[in-house]
Design a protein around this ligand. Structure first.
Ligand SMILES: CC(C)(COP(=O)(O)OP(=O)(O)OC[C@H]1O[C@@H](n2cnc3c(N)ncnc32)[C@H](O)[C@@H]1OP(=O)(O)O)[C@@H](O)C(=O)NCCC(=O)NCCS
Length: 169
């Protein structure tokens, strides 16, 4: 299967924060942000694999900054690495300053998607060729994060997690 670059899967969703999407402090509700990230990431995974994709796990979410009512929020999703049937998708969240128009990073997350056939069975996906330094860095760390996710899910024995063990030896 021919490899694809992360920029081929890049997906950008920009939307406002409305009153129905906020918590009692008038900031964006965490679950709403998770849904927006899931939507953008699933489109990126679909663009890379050109298959039906399902969310297999949410590996990391950092709610570093609050996002106020009325903010313009941009969710940017890109594949960082593909394995046999699974894909790691990196999501960066930006908020846009009204006066300057400058975007600053608010949050980030890492989701794993699996490509499946019409019966829901996993199917192979094309490999990823990272281009930029940032893409290469994310690509290099992806196997370690996959092993951590599988260990935490009870789907891999810690002894088999070679990348994790290498961190401590
Ligand atoms: C995701 C799903 C297809 C995996 O099916 P499965 O029978 O466990 O298949 P496998 O064990 O062969 O795993 C398939 C791939 O997913 C990866 N995977 C499974 N669970 C994972 C996890 N928790 N973290 C990271 N990767 C995971 C496996 O490592 C494998 O990757 P690879 O083929 O690239 O090496 C299946 O569990 C499923 O359909 N889940 C429900 C998905 C869904 O409905 N999501 C929306 C939630 S509302």
């Amino acid at each position: 299967m021919e490899s694809r670059t992360p920029s081929e899967s890049k997906t950008v969703l920009t939307d406002l924060v409305l009153p129905s999407e906020t918590n009692p402090l008038n900031n964006l509700f965490g679950g709403e942000l998770l849904a927006r990230m899931d939507r953008a990431a699933s489109i990126a995974a679909r663009r890379h694999s050109r298959r039906i994709v399902v969310t297999a796990s949410v590996n990391h979410v950092a709610f570093n900054k609050t996002i106020a009512l009325g903010s313009v929020v941009t969710v940017e999703a890109k594949i960082s690495r593909a394995f046999k049937t699974s894909m790691e998708i990196y999501i960066d969240v930006w908020i846009e300053d009204r006066e300057s128009g400058i975007c600053s990073k608010a949050n980030e997350a890492i989701y794993t998607f699996v490509a499946v056939n019409e019966q829901g069975q996993p199917v192979p996906v094309p490999p990823v060729t990272p281009e930029t330094d940032n893409e290469k860095e994310r690509y290099d760390g992806a196997l370690r994060r996959k092993q951590l996710s599988l260990v935490l899910a009870g789907k891999m024995q810690p002894n088999d997690a070679t990348e994790l063990k290498a961190l401590f030896t």
